[in-house]
Design a protein around this ligand. Structure first.
Ligand SMILES: NC(=O)c1ccc[n+]([C@@H]2O[C@H](COP(=O)([O-])OP(=O)(O)OC[C@H]3O[C@@H](n4cnc5c(N)ncnc54)[C@H](OP(=O)(O)O)[C@@H]3O)[C@@H](O)[C@H]2O)c1
Length: 388
């Protein structure tokens, strides 16, 4: 059976792609990761212009989506390659765009540069593209191969794809827990569970997300800043989002007091007091209103996530607390989980870090891939990812 004209030919499972196509796509995926958290609402894409050489591909140009989503990866890589792009191959982690937005479409730039062949990981689900970029380039004589490292590229683009297809951002949950499984003590001062290596890892993850999300319980208990404070990456702090049904967040909380430097959005119920909104807005925070949950317990999470998506958010990093984490699990909105386990036991009953719905996801959901436990200083770090 032949594929419809202009559509990528589906590969059978065991059919291998040429090694140079795979190697250059790996480079393009690594470049794409540089933009994570920094390109929304656009996807973080990587592109490589190359030509075959006796010892493997010769790289002529590299590009990744620039802060704010423009320029796209392809024109950056093409500009670096210059005249050498004529007759060369371009490997790209997402189908080049074909529509006129604020800039000319990348597929036009590719044709203008004289690229002979495009190796693309996946189609762009954006209805304005959705295969048209590939069709257009084929129609102009460019050879197009689609599907190289497709599952890796789908994962790298998961936030963008989820926003386009479902109208919600990808959610990564981060939990720190004691060796006996607690997120916090029931009362008393904040528990320091993990060490400096884990903190650095968490700050890097903040930089790779569009927003960091917490419930108001965490703001009231810990008064966190939730910024990225890694040297050199301070400018990569995500927007801070608090789910706060009745606007209990104090205007003096650090997350509000710093809202003019790093944006803070507070999601509240439609009937939350207007006076509290005024005080928070005067301090620099933005209040977003959504309905309450149908059962009355907090906010309607799907509506809250849809409201973030409507503002362009593709990747949300949830740092707790346990109540919000469990609600996200119950709502089926957990795409990845990062668990950091400290070496010390609490040694008395505290707040369990993992509720029953989340335990079900990480222990029994066949779609959750479980990574190896990796040591981070004195702590252990394990990742789970919903790759399908
Ligand atoms: N170890 C860790 O990784 C970690 C991380 C964060 C926090 N903590 C600890 O956890 C404790 C706070 O726990 P927590 O569970 O109360 O905090 P939380 O999950 O941050 O906040 C829960 C609050 O968020 C609001 N909320 C609004 N909509 C919600 C929804 N759909 N689902 C869930 N919550 C919603 C609710 O308050 P309203 O109804 O008033 O809006 C709810 O009480 C603190 O002791 C903190 O130190 C530990």
């Amino acid at each position: 059976m032949t594929a419809p004209a202009g559509r990528p030919r589906a590969r059978s499972p065991g059919e291998a792609f040429p090694p140079d196509d795979v190697a250059t796509m790996r480079i393009a995926l690594a470049l794409a990761r540089r933009g994570l958290g920094n390109t929304w609402p656009n996807p973080a894409v990587g592109a490589v212009v190359w030509t075959p050489g006796p010892d493997g591909p010769v790289i002529l140009g590299r590009g990744w989506t620039q802060p704010g989503g423009r320029p796209h990866a392809e024109p950056v890589a093409l500009a670096q390659a210059g005249a050498a792009a004529r007759g060369a191959t371009l490997s790209v982690t997402l189908e080049p765009c074909s529509h006129f937005g604020k800039t000319a479409p990348c597929s036009h730039a590719i044709l203008d540069a004289g690229i002979a062949r495009v190796v693309s990981a996946i189609e762009d689900p954006d209805p304005r593209v959705n295969g048209r970029g590939h069709i257009m380039m084929r129609a102009h004589g460019v050879t197009v191969s689609v599907g190289v490292l497709a599952s890796e590229a789908r994962w790298a683009n998961r936030g963008f794809i989820k926003r386009i297809v479902e109208g919600r951002p990808m959610v990564t949950l981060k939990l720190a827990r004691t060796a006996d499984g607690y997120a916090a003590a029931c009362a008393g001062p904040r528990l320091m569970i993990t060490g400096p290596e884990a903190a650095a890892r968490v700050h890097l993850m903040r930089a790779q997300h569009d927003v960091v999300l917490v419930g108001v319980g965490t703001v009231l208990a810990d008064d966190p800043l939730l910024t990225c404070r890694l040297p050199g990456l301070e400018h990569r702090s995500p927007v801070r989002v608090v789910l706060d049904t009745t606007l209990r967040t104090p205007p003096g909380a650090r997350i509000v007091a710093t809202a003019r430097e790093v944006p803070t959005w507070i999601v509240a119920a439609l009937d939350a007091p207007g006076a509290a909104e005024t005080a928070l807005a005067q301090a620099g925070a933005v209040v977003i209103r959504v309905p309450r949950a149908p059962d009355g317990a907090g906010l309607d999470l799907l509506a809250a996530l849809a409201a973030l998506s409507a503002r362009g958010v593709t990747r949300a990093f949830c740092e707790g607390g346990p109540r919000l984490a469990e609600s996200l699990a119950l709502a089926g909105q957990v795409d990845a989980v990062e668990i950091l386990t400290g070496p010390d036991r609490l040694g008395r009953p505290g707040l369990p870090s993992i509720g029953p719905a989340l335990a079900q996801i990480i222990e029994r959901d066949p779609q959750m891939e479980r990574g190896e436990a990796v040591p981070l200083g004195r702590d252990a770090w394990r990742s789970y990812a919903r790759r399908r």
